[in-house]
Design a protein around this ligand. Structure first.
Ligand code: SF4
Length: 424
């Protein structure tokens, strides 16, 4: 049997695309391998949201040149956000790559592989069927219409396109029948789901529909946007039994002028008001956020507003990043990347140090409590799973608990994870 190796960097959308690609290759009769150099088909699923991610993709691509030269029969493909509508430059730079595919559009690779092994790829792309695991993703909306000044996503993933509710529910049902217990509904901005569909459908309606899928235990959604987080969405999350109490709501910057420069569409006060509403209506909710330090023109006092936000709101998790210019974005065309590299590092470090202590304090409060977790699998010999509000918990047991809902008493709490002992 021919083998494939898929390397993925970047966001959950990329992970979901890779899962779908794996499923399609599996249906065509290929098997996975852990060693890229042994694989007959090598796919790099790329990310260019940050310069560091792009550098890693370039490093991987370069390392594959001698591999392909040694064995020209191997199929090498590049997919994801590094591939724009025009592939000429990439083709020139990496002539040994057989296929360049934009996000989600991996038909070209399946055709090449199909021709090679004499299998018709038609019908192999669709809902996830193989190796879906206990918890998996379903993309519900592709692309983004927001055009935040720093972000490359709308240029690479295109305009927003929501998938119909029926199609998503059908996919959730199929996955649940194959043993999936938890589904994360995925999009760059899930709160904007449905505005392009007929009738008035939003994320709340979709959550209600997916909540009805019997075999499912939990439903999550990722990522939200403060501008589109409506009362209806918040109230629906609060009411539905399977929808988990966790919201990832990026605020990006604490200062209003920086938020305006970023074209985010809300102010510091707006953001705080939404958080207050969420916390009031969804008891026990946990909050994660994304933020950028050192955006074009960000002064020290402006940065302090971001730090202040992290201190005041006390997020459960913060995904922080130092700003790097992405060619083609509004910021790249109109603003200077004028905060020195060392200063960005210092600001990033200040955020991370503060957040580490906040996370540790929040998690410490869970010590001694009993938490219900859905066991997702094993890592380095230990079982792991998550609480409803997305805390990662490890425990030991002799029995395979994968897919089970278990109760764990928390014995030790760190900033990133909790350790406990099984009680049921
Ligand atoms: S909302 Fe802004 S940051 Fe998020 S994907 Fe869209 S353009 Fe990028």
């Amino acid at each position: 049997m021919e083998s494939y190796y898929i390397w993925t960097v970047g966001c959950q959308m990329n992970k979901a695309d890779s899962e779908r690609m794996e499923s399609a290759l599996g249906q065509m009769g290929l098997g996975p391998t852990d060693a890229p150099h042994d694989a007959d088909v090598i796919v790099l699923n790329s990310c260019v949201v940050r310069e560091s991610a792009e550098d890693r993709v370039i490093g991987m691509l370069t390392s594959l040149k001698p591999v392909k030269q040694k064995d020209p029969n191997k199929v090498v493909a590049l997919m994801g956000c590094m591939v724009g509508p025009q592939t000429k430059t990439l083709q020139k730079r990496y002539p040994y790559v057989d296929a360049f595919m934009q996000p989600q559009q991996f038909g070209q690779l399946l055709e090449i592989v199909g021709e090679r092994i004499g299998v018709d790829p038609e019908g192999c792309v669709g809902p996830l069927t193989a190796n879906a695991g206990v918890a998996t993703y379903i993309p519900i909306i592709h692309g983004c219409d927001k055009f935040c000044a720093f972000c490359i996503i709308p240029y690479r993933r295109g305009r927003e396109e929501s998938r119909p509710v029926d199609e998503i529910v059908h996919e959730a049902r199929m996955l649940a029948r194959r043993g999936v217990k938890e589904i994360t509904l995925l999009g760059q901005n899930v709160d904007s789901y449905g505005h392009d569909l007929p009738g008035s459908v939003d994320l709340g309606n979709l959550l209600s529909a997916v909540n009805e899928v019997e075999e499912l235990e939990r439903v999550r959604f990722l990522t939200s946007h403060p501008y589109d987080m409506s009362d209806h969405i918040i109230d629906t999350i609060a009411q539905l039994d399977k929808v988990c109490e966790h919201v990832n709501l990026p605020f990006q910057a604490g200062d209003d002028q920086v938020l305006t420069n970023m074209r985010r569409g809300y102010s510091n006060d707006d953001y705080r008001a939404i958080v207050e509403k969420i916390r009031k209506r969804i008891p026990n909710v946990s909050l994660a956020t994304d933020l950028i330090v050192g955006f074009s023109g960000e002064t020290e006092p402006q940065f302090q507003r971001t730090l202040e936000m992290v201190r005041d709101i006390r997020f459960d998790k913060v995904h922080s990043a130092a700003y790097s210019t992405r060619p083609g974005t509004i910021a790249a065309r109109m603003m200077d990347d004028d905060v020195p590299h060392e200063e960005k590092k210092r600001r990033l470090n200040a955020i991370d140090t503060l957040q580490e202590s906040v996370s540790a304090e929040i998690n410490l409060a869970l010590q001694g409590t009993t938490q219900e977790i859905l066991v997702e699998g094993q890592k380095r010999g230990r079982w792991f799973g998550r609480t409803r509000n997305d805390k990662l918990v490890y425990f030991d047991d002799e029995i395979n608990r994968s897919g089970e809902m278990v109760k764990v008493r928390i014995e030790q709490a760190g900033s990133w994870s909790l350790q406990g002992a099984l009680t049921v």
